[in-house]
Design a protein around this ligand. Structure first.
Ligand SMILES: Nc1ncnc2c1ncn2[C@@H]1O[C@H](COP(=O)(O)OP(=O)(O)OP(=O)(O)O)[C@@H](O)[C@H]1O
Ligand SMILES: [Mg+2]
Length: 390
Protein backbone atom coordinates (compact mmCIF):
# COMPACT_ATOMS: atom_id res chain seq x y z
CA UNK A 1 0.00 0.00 0.00
CA UNK A 2 1.32 3.45 -0.91
CA UNK A 3 1.88 6.16 1.69
CA UNK A 4 -0.92 8.41 0.45
CA UNK A 5 -4.48 7.92 -0.80
CA UNK A 6 -5.69 7.52 -4.34
CA UNK A 7 -8.85 9.54 -4.84
CA UNK A 8 -11.33 8.94 -7.64
CA UNK A 9 -12.67 12.39 -8.40
CA UNK A 10 -16.09 12.00 -10.05
CA UNK A 11 -17.72 15.00 -11.73
CA UNK A 12 -19.58 16.43 -14.72
CA UNK A 13 -17.67 19.16 -16.52
CA UNK A 14 -18.73 21.86 -18.96
CA UNK A 15 -16.04 20.92 -21.44
CA UNK A 16 -15.66 22.18 -25.00
CA UNK A 17 -16.77 18.85 -26.44
CA UNK A 18 -20.40 19.73 -25.55
CA UNK A 19 -22.17 22.40 -27.59
CA UNK A 20 -23.52 25.66 -26.12
CA UNK A 21 -27.19 24.66 -26.35
CA UNK A 22 -26.52 21.46 -24.45
CA UNK A 23 -24.58 23.25 -21.71
CA UNK A 24 -27.28 25.90 -21.32
CA UNK A 25 -29.60 23.16 -20.12
CA UNK A 26 -26.96 21.58 -17.89
CA UNK A 27 -26.20 24.66 -15.82
CA UNK A 28 -25.28 22.49 -12.84
CA UNK A 29 -22.29 20.95 -14.53
CA UNK A 30 -19.07 22.32 -13.19
CA UNK A 31 -16.65 24.69 -14.89
CA UNK A 32 -13.17 23.37 -15.72
CA UNK A 33 -11.71 25.79 -13.12
CA UNK A 34 -13.81 24.16 -10.38
CA UNK A 35 -12.55 20.71 -11.41
CA UNK A 36 -8.96 21.97 -11.43
CA UNK A 37 -9.30 23.72 -8.06
CA UNK A 38 -10.77 20.64 -6.33
CA UNK A 39 -8.24 18.36 -7.94
CA UNK A 40 -5.34 20.54 -6.83
CA UNK A 41 -6.78 20.79 -3.28
CA UNK A 42 -6.89 16.98 -3.11
CA UNK A 43 -3.32 16.76 -4.40
CA UNK A 44 -2.16 19.37 -1.96
CA UNK A 45 -2.43 16.86 0.88
CA UNK A 46 -0.33 14.33 -1.02
CA UNK A 47 -3.10 12.29 -2.62
CA UNK A 48 -3.09 10.90 -6.12
CA UNK A 49 -6.17 11.92 -8.10
CA UNK A 50 -7.82 9.83 -10.81
CA UNK A 51 -10.23 11.95 -12.87
CA UNK A 52 -13.52 10.26 -13.68
CA UNK A 53 -16.05 12.14 -15.78
CA UNK A 54 -19.55 10.89 -14.98
CA UNK A 55 -20.61 10.16 -18.55
CA UNK A 56 -22.28 7.04 -19.89
CA UNK A 57 -19.20 4.93 -19.25
CA UNK A 58 -18.80 5.99 -15.61
CA UNK A 59 -19.59 2.53 -14.28
CA UNK A 60 -16.87 0.92 -16.41
CA UNK A 61 -14.33 3.55 -15.38
CA UNK A 62 -15.13 3.03 -11.71
CA UNK A 63 -15.06 -0.74 -12.03
CA UNK A 64 -11.74 -0.63 -13.87
CA UNK A 65 -10.18 1.53 -11.12
CA UNK A 66 -11.99 -0.06 -8.21
CA UNK A 67 -8.92 -1.62 -6.64
CA UNK A 68 -6.86 1.53 -7.01
CA UNK A 69 -9.37 4.01 -5.58
CA UNK A 70 -9.29 4.40 -1.80
CA UNK A 71 -12.14 6.88 -1.74
CA UNK A 72 -14.19 8.81 -4.30
CA UNK A 73 -14.71 12.55 -4.06
CA UNK A 74 -18.07 12.89 -5.72
CA UNK A 75 -19.66 16.04 -7.13
CA UNK A 76 -21.42 14.45 -10.14
CA UNK A 77 -24.93 15.70 -10.87
CA UNK A 78 -26.06 13.72 -13.91
CA UNK A 79 -24.82 10.89 -16.03
CA UNK A 80 -26.67 11.38 -19.24
CA UNK A 81 -29.18 13.73 -20.75
CA UNK A 82 -31.80 10.99 -20.62
CA UNK A 83 -31.92 11.49 -16.89
CA UNK A 84 -32.70 15.18 -17.09
CA UNK A 85 -35.38 16.01 -14.55
CA UNK A 86 -35.23 12.75 -12.67
CA UNK A 87 -35.04 13.05 -8.91
CA UNK A 88 -32.62 10.13 -8.81
CA UNK A 89 -29.90 11.53 -11.07
CA UNK A 90 -27.60 12.78 -8.29
CA UNK A 91 -27.93 9.44 -6.52
CA UNK A 92 -26.68 7.35 -9.42
CA UNK A 93 -22.95 7.74 -8.86
CA UNK A 94 -23.22 7.08 -5.10
CA UNK A 95 -25.28 3.97 -5.89
CA UNK A 96 -22.60 2.69 -8.27
CA UNK A 97 -19.98 3.43 -5.63
CA UNK A 98 -21.97 1.51 -3.02
CA UNK A 99 -22.34 -1.37 -5.46
CA UNK A 100 -18.58 -1.44 -6.07
CA UNK A 101 -17.86 -1.01 -2.36
CA UNK A 102 -15.90 2.19 -2.91
CA UNK A 103 -16.06 4.72 -0.03
CA UNK A 104 -17.18 8.19 -1.12
CA UNK A 105 -17.70 11.73 0.11
CA UNK A 106 -21.10 13.35 0.48
CA UNK A 107 -24.61 12.13 1.06
CA UNK A 108 -26.21 8.75 0.53
CA UNK A 109 -28.46 8.07 -2.48
CA UNK A 110 -31.48 8.36 -0.18
CA UNK A 111 -30.59 11.87 0.99
CA UNK A 112 -29.71 13.00 -2.54
CA UNK A 113 -33.01 11.75 -3.93
CA UNK A 114 -35.05 13.34 -1.15
CA UNK A 115 -33.25 16.66 -1.51
CA UNK A 116 -33.62 16.77 -5.28
CA UNK A 117 -37.37 16.32 -5.01
CA UNK A 118 -38.26 19.74 -3.62
CA UNK A 119 -41.78 18.73 -2.55
CA UNK A 120 -40.52 15.60 -0.74
CA UNK A 121 -37.89 17.71 1.06
CA UNK A 122 -40.57 20.16 2.21
CA UNK A 123 -42.73 17.30 3.49
CA UNK A 124 -39.82 15.82 5.41
CA UNK A 125 -38.63 19.06 7.04
CA UNK A 126 -42.17 20.08 7.96
CA UNK A 127 -42.62 16.73 9.73
CA UNK A 128 -39.77 17.96 11.95
CA UNK A 129 -41.61 21.20 12.66
CA UNK A 130 -39.61 23.38 10.27
CA UNK A 131 -41.56 26.13 8.50
CA UNK A 132 -41.94 26.05 4.72
CA UNK A 133 -44.26 27.84 2.27
CA UNK A 134 -47.64 26.25 1.50
CA UNK A 135 -47.43 24.35 -1.79
CA UNK A 136 -49.02 22.14 -4.39
CA UNK A 137 -47.42 19.70 -6.84
CA UNK A 138 -48.93 19.58 -10.33
CA UNK A 139 -48.18 16.56 -12.51
CA UNK A 140 -50.63 17.09 -15.33
CA UNK A 141 -51.82 20.05 -17.30
CA UNK A 142 -54.54 21.44 -17.12
CA UNK A 143 -54.99 21.44 -13.35
CA UNK A 144 -56.99 23.08 -10.60
CA UNK A 145 -55.28 25.39 -8.13
CA UNK A 146 -55.59 24.42 -4.48
CA UNK A 147 -57.96 27.00 -2.97
CA UNK A 148 -55.75 27.36 0.10
CA UNK A 149 -52.92 28.91 -1.93
CA UNK A 150 -52.85 32.69 -2.15
CA UNK A 151 -51.19 34.80 -4.88
CA UNK A 152 -48.45 35.77 -5.45
CA UNK A 153 -47.12 32.27 -6.07
CA UNK A 154 -43.82 30.87 -7.34
CA UNK A 155 -43.72 28.10 -9.95
CA UNK A 156 -40.61 25.92 -9.98
CA UNK A 157 -39.54 22.68 -11.57
CA UNK A 158 -39.90 20.19 -8.74
CA UNK A 159 -36.62 18.34 -9.34
CA UNK A 160 -34.13 20.83 -10.68
CA UNK A 161 -31.26 22.63 -9.07
CA UNK A 162 -29.31 25.70 -10.12
CA UNK A 163 -32.46 27.61 -10.96
CA UNK A 164 -32.76 25.87 -14.32
CA UNK A 165 -36.44 26.58 -14.90
CA UNK A 166 -36.53 29.66 -12.69
CA UNK A 167 -36.81 33.25 -13.93
CA UNK A 168 -38.35 36.45 -12.59
CA UNK A 169 -41.62 35.55 -14.32
CA UNK A 170 -41.77 32.41 -12.14
CA UNK A 171 -43.34 34.66 -9.55
CA UNK A 172 -46.94 34.81 -10.74
CA UNK A 173 -49.72 37.16 -9.72
CA UNK A 174 -52.79 35.66 -11.38
CA UNK A 175 -54.29 32.49 -12.90
CA UNK A 176 -53.18 33.37 -16.41
CA UNK A 177 -49.50 33.75 -15.49
CA UNK A 178 -49.75 30.69 -13.27
CA UNK A 179 -51.11 28.49 -16.06
CA UNK A 180 -48.48 29.66 -18.50
CA UNK A 181 -45.62 28.81 -16.14
CA UNK A 182 -47.01 25.47 -14.97
CA UNK A 183 -47.55 24.40 -18.56
CA UNK A 184 -43.98 25.33 -19.42
CA UNK A 185 -42.45 23.39 -16.52
CA UNK A 186 -44.49 20.28 -17.36
CA UNK A 187 -43.96 20.36 -21.11
CA UNK A 188 -40.49 21.92 -21.61
CA UNK A 189 -38.80 20.61 -18.46
CA UNK A 190 -40.78 17.44 -18.55
CA UNK A 191 -41.41 17.16 -14.82
CA UNK A 192 -43.95 18.08 -12.16
CA UNK A 193 -44.37 21.76 -11.30
CA UNK A 194 -44.08 22.89 -7.70
CA UNK A 195 -46.35 25.82 -6.88
CA UNK A 196 -45.44 27.64 -3.67
CA UNK A 197 -46.71 30.72 -1.93
CA UNK A 198 -44.28 33.54 -2.51
CA UNK A 199 -42.51 34.51 0.73
CA UNK A 200 -41.85 38.23 0.68
CA UNK A 201 -38.97 38.20 3.10
CA UNK A 202 -35.21 38.34 3.52
CA UNK A 203 -33.24 35.53 1.97
CA UNK A 204 -30.37 33.64 3.61
CA UNK A 205 -28.19 30.76 2.59
CA UNK A 206 -26.77 28.45 5.23
CA UNK A 207 -23.74 26.24 4.68
CA UNK A 208 -22.59 23.09 6.45
CA UNK A 209 -19.17 21.44 6.49
CA UNK A 210 -19.35 18.30 8.58
CA UNK A 211 -20.73 19.50 11.90
CA UNK A 212 -19.78 23.10 11.37
CA UNK A 213 -22.15 25.78 10.20
CA UNK A 214 -20.13 28.40 8.33
CA UNK A 215 -21.13 32.08 8.64
CA UNK A 216 -24.67 32.59 7.37
CA UNK A 217 -24.97 34.73 4.24
CA UNK A 218 -27.76 37.22 3.74
CA UNK A 219 -28.90 37.89 0.19
CA UNK A 220 -30.34 41.36 -0.18
CA UNK A 221 -31.89 41.36 -3.64
CA UNK A 222 -32.78 45.05 -3.39
CA UNK A 223 -29.06 45.80 -3.78
CA UNK A 224 -28.91 44.05 -7.17
CA UNK A 225 -29.67 46.17 -10.26
CA UNK A 226 -33.33 45.81 -11.26
CA UNK A 227 -34.33 44.79 -7.69
CA UNK A 228 -35.25 41.21 -8.62
CA UNK A 229 -37.64 39.30 -6.38
CA UNK A 230 -36.16 35.84 -7.03
CA UNK A 231 -32.55 34.66 -7.03
CA UNK A 232 -32.47 33.23 -10.54
CA UNK A 233 -29.44 32.36 -12.68
CA UNK A 234 -29.22 35.86 -14.15
CA UNK A 235 -29.15 37.34 -10.64
CA UNK A 236 -26.49 34.84 -9.57
CA UNK A 237 -24.36 35.86 -12.54
CA UNK A 238 -24.48 39.50 -11.38
CA UNK A 239 -23.87 38.79 -7.70
CA UNK A 240 -20.06 38.42 -7.65
CA UNK A 241 -19.80 42.19 -8.16
CA UNK A 242 -21.79 42.83 -4.98
CA UNK A 243 -20.40 40.40 -2.42
CA UNK A 244 -18.74 41.22 0.90
CA UNK A 245 -15.52 39.98 -0.67
CA UNK A 246 -15.61 42.41 -3.60
CA UNK A 247 -17.32 45.44 -2.05
CA UNK A 248 -16.15 46.99 1.21
CA UNK A 249 -18.99 49.49 1.79
CA UNK A 250 -21.54 47.51 3.81
CA UNK A 251 -24.57 49.33 2.40
CA UNK A 252 -23.63 48.27 -1.14
CA UNK A 253 -23.18 44.56 -0.38
CA UNK A 254 -25.99 42.38 -1.73
CA UNK A 255 -24.31 39.29 -0.29
CA UNK A 256 -23.13 39.89 3.25
CA UNK A 257 -22.38 37.80 6.29
CA UNK A 258 -25.01 38.03 8.98
CA UNK A 259 -24.12 39.38 12.41
CA UNK A 260 -24.49 37.00 15.30
CA UNK A 261 -27.70 37.48 17.28
CA UNK A 262 -30.94 35.70 18.18
CA UNK A 263 -32.03 35.61 14.53
CA UNK A 264 -28.74 33.95 13.61
CA UNK A 265 -29.24 31.22 16.20
CA UNK A 266 -32.85 30.71 15.11
CA UNK A 267 -31.86 30.36 11.43
CA UNK A 268 -29.00 27.99 12.28
CA UNK A 269 -31.21 25.87 14.53
CA UNK A 270 -33.94 25.42 11.93
CA UNK A 271 -31.30 24.72 9.27
CA UNK A 272 -29.56 22.11 11.44
CA UNK A 273 -32.89 20.36 12.10
CA UNK A 274 -33.55 20.31 8.33
CA UNK A 275 -30.02 19.06 7.56
CA UNK A 276 -30.50 16.21 10.06
CA UNK A 277 -34.03 15.48 8.86
CA UNK A 278 -32.71 14.70 5.36
CA UNK A 279 -29.66 12.86 6.84
CA UNK A 280 -27.25 14.97 4.78
CA UNK A 281 -23.52 14.31 5.24
CA UNK A 282 -20.19 16.11 4.86
CA UNK A 283 -21.40 19.28 3.16
CA UNK A 284 -24.63 21.05 2.32
CA UNK A 285 -26.14 24.43 1.52
CA UNK A 286 -29.67 25.50 2.26
CA UNK A 287 -31.79 28.37 0.93
CA UNK A 288 -34.29 29.92 3.31
CA UNK A 289 -36.32 33.08 3.80
CA UNK A 290 -37.35 34.89 6.95
CA UNK A 291 -40.67 36.74 7.04
CA UNK A 292 -42.12 38.44 10.11
CA UNK A 293 -39.54 36.60 12.18
CA UNK A 294 -40.62 33.19 10.86
CA UNK A 295 -38.32 30.71 9.12
CA UNK A 296 -39.34 29.36 5.69
CA UNK A 297 -37.29 26.53 4.28
CA UNK A 298 -36.92 26.77 0.46
CA UNK A 299 -34.58 23.96 -0.56
CA UNK A 300 -31.27 22.31 0.17
CA UNK A 301 -28.29 21.34 -1.94
CA UNK A 302 -26.33 18.34 -0.61
CA UNK A 303 -24.10 18.77 -3.67
CA UNK A 304 -23.62 22.54 -3.39
CA UNK A 305 -21.86 24.60 -6.06
CA UNK A 306 -18.12 24.49 -5.43
CA UNK A 307 -16.80 27.14 -7.81
CA UNK A 308 -13.74 28.50 -5.96
CA UNK A 309 -14.70 32.15 -6.60
CA UNK A 310 -18.46 32.14 -7.09
CA UNK A 311 -19.84 29.17 -5.15
CA UNK A 312 -21.88 30.21 -2.10
CA UNK A 313 -20.35 27.59 0.18
CA UNK A 314 -16.71 28.45 -0.72
CA UNK A 315 -17.64 32.14 -0.32
CA UNK A 316 -19.14 31.65 3.15
CA UNK A 317 -16.19 29.44 4.15
CA UNK A 318 -13.86 32.25 3.06
CA UNK A 319 -15.79 34.54 5.36
CA UNK A 320 -14.71 32.33 8.26
CA UNK A 321 -11.11 32.24 7.07
CA UNK A 322 -11.36 28.76 5.51
CA UNK A 323 -9.65 28.80 2.11
CA UNK A 324 -10.68 26.57 -0.78
CA UNK A 325 -8.00 23.90 -0.27
CA UNK A 326 -8.93 23.70 3.38
CA UNK A 327 -12.64 23.42 2.59
CA UNK A 328 -12.11 20.52 0.17
CA UNK A 329 -9.87 18.68 2.61
CA UNK A 330 -12.35 19.19 5.43
CA UNK A 331 -15.10 17.60 3.33
CA UNK A 332 -12.74 14.74 2.45
CA UNK A 333 -11.76 14.23 6.09
CA UNK A 334 -15.43 14.10 7.15
CA UNK A 335 -15.97 11.31 4.63
CA UNK A 336 -12.84 9.40 5.66
CA UNK A 337 -13.93 9.51 9.32
CA UNK A 338 -17.11 7.71 8.40
CA UNK A 339 -15.18 4.74 7.04
CA UNK A 340 -12.00 4.76 9.13
CA UNK A 341 -13.42 2.70 11.99
CA UNK A 342 -15.02 0.14 9.67
CA UNK A 343 -12.91 -3.07 9.72
CA UNK A 344 -13.29 -3.31 5.94
CA UNK A 345 -11.54 0.03 5.40
CA UNK A 346 -9.41 0.41 8.52
CA UNK A 347 -6.17 -0.44 6.81
CA UNK A 348 -6.59 1.85 3.83
CA UNK A 349 -7.36 4.80 6.12
CA UNK A 350 -4.52 4.10 8.54
CA UNK A 351 -3.08 7.02 10.47
CA UNK A 352 -0.02 7.11 8.22
CA UNK A 353 -1.99 7.31 5.00
CA UNK A 354 -4.35 10.08 6.08
CA UNK A 355 -1.82 12.03 8.13
CA UNK A 356 -1.59 15.08 5.88
CA UNK A 357 -5.34 15.41 5.38
CA UNK A 358 -5.96 15.14 9.09
CA UNK A 359 -3.21 17.61 9.85
CA UNK A 360 -4.72 20.15 7.47
CA UNK A 361 -8.17 19.55 8.94
CA UNK A 362 -6.94 20.08 12.49
CA UNK A 363 -4.93 23.17 11.60
CA UNK A 364 -7.98 24.67 9.94
CA UNK A 365 -10.14 23.94 12.98
CA UNK A 366 -7.60 25.47 15.31
CA UNK A 367 -7.62 28.83 13.59
CA UNK A 368 -11.42 29.14 13.56
CA UNK A 369 -13.44 31.01 16.12
CA UNK A 370 -16.83 29.75 17.31
CA UNK A 371 -19.93 31.48 18.57
CA UNK A 372 -20.80 30.26 22.03
CA UNK A 373 -23.98 28.28 22.40
CA UNK A 374 -25.33 26.69 25.47
CA UNK A 375 -24.68 23.01 24.72
CA UNK A 376 -28.05 21.32 24.58
CA UNK A 377 -30.29 19.75 21.94
CA UNK A 378 -28.97 20.26 18.42
CA UNK A 379 -25.92 22.14 19.77
CA UNK A 380 -24.37 18.97 21.11
CA UNK A 381 -23.76 18.18 17.50
CA UNK A 382 -23.20 21.42 15.59
CA UNK A 383 -20.89 24.38 16.07
CA UNK A 384 -21.32 27.87 14.67
CA UNK A 385 -18.16 29.19 13.02
CA UNK A 386 -17.42 32.87 13.61
CA UNK A 387 -17.02 35.21 10.67
CA UNK A 388 -13.60 36.72 10.31
CA UNK A 389 -13.15 40.45 10.15
CA UNK A 390 -12.40 41.09 6.52
N1 LIG B 1 -41.59 30.33 -2.07
C1 LIG B 1 -40.71 31.27 -2.40
N2 LIG B 1 -40.87 32.52 -1.96
C2 LIG B 1 -40.01 33.50 -2.29
N3 LIG B 1 -38.92 33.31 -3.08
C3 LIG B 1 -38.70 32.06 -3.53
C4 LIG B 1 -39.58 30.98 -3.22
N4 LIG B 1 -39.10 29.88 -3.83
C5 LIG B 1 -37.98 30.25 -4.47
N5 LIG B 1 -37.73 31.56 -4.31
C6 LIG B 1 -36.63 32.33 -4.89
O1 LIG B 1 -36.13 31.62 -5.98
C7 LIG B 1 -34.77 31.22 -5.75
C8 LIG B 1 -34.49 29.84 -6.30
O2 LIG B 1 -35.33 28.93 -5.69
P1 LIG B 1 -34.76 27.57 -5.13
O3 LIG B 1 -33.61 27.85 -4.27
O4 LIG B 1 -35.89 26.83 -4.53
O5 LIG B 1 -34.36 26.87 -6.47
P2 LIG B 1 -33.07 26.36 -7.23
O6 LIG B 1 -33.36 26.63 -8.62
O7 LIG B 1 -32.91 24.98 -6.89
O8 LIG B 1 -31.80 27.08 -6.76
P3 LIG B 1 -30.31 26.47 -6.53
O9 LIG B 1 -29.50 27.15 -7.54
O10 LIG B 1 -29.97 26.95 -5.15
O11 LIG B 1 -30.29 25.00 -6.63
C9 LIG B 1 -34.58 31.34 -4.25
O12 LIG B 1 -33.25 31.55 -3.94
C10 LIG B 1 -35.49 32.51 -3.92
O13 LIG B 1 -34.88 33.74 -4.23
MG1 LIG C 1 -31.62 27.52 -4.39
Amino acid sequence: MTKSLTIGFVYNVRSKKYDEEFLKKYTEWDYPETIEAISSALEETGNKVIHIEADRSVFHKLEENKDKIDIAFNIAEYISKDLFGAENREALVPMLLEFLNIPYSGSSPQALINALDKAATKEIVSAYGVGTAAFQVVREYPFELDKKLKFPLVVKASCEGSSIALKQSSKVNNEEELNERVKEVITVYNQPALIEEYIEGTEYTIGFVGRLIVPIMKIDLSKIPGHPSLRDQEVKDMEPEYTFIKVKEKDKQALSLLNFDETYVYLATQAAISHDALRVRDFNRMDVRLKDGKFYFLEMNPLPGMHPNYGDLPTMAKGAGIDFDELVNMILMEAIRRYASNPLFKERFSQKRIEKIEEKYNKTLQKLGFYDREVKGIWYKYRLVKKKDL
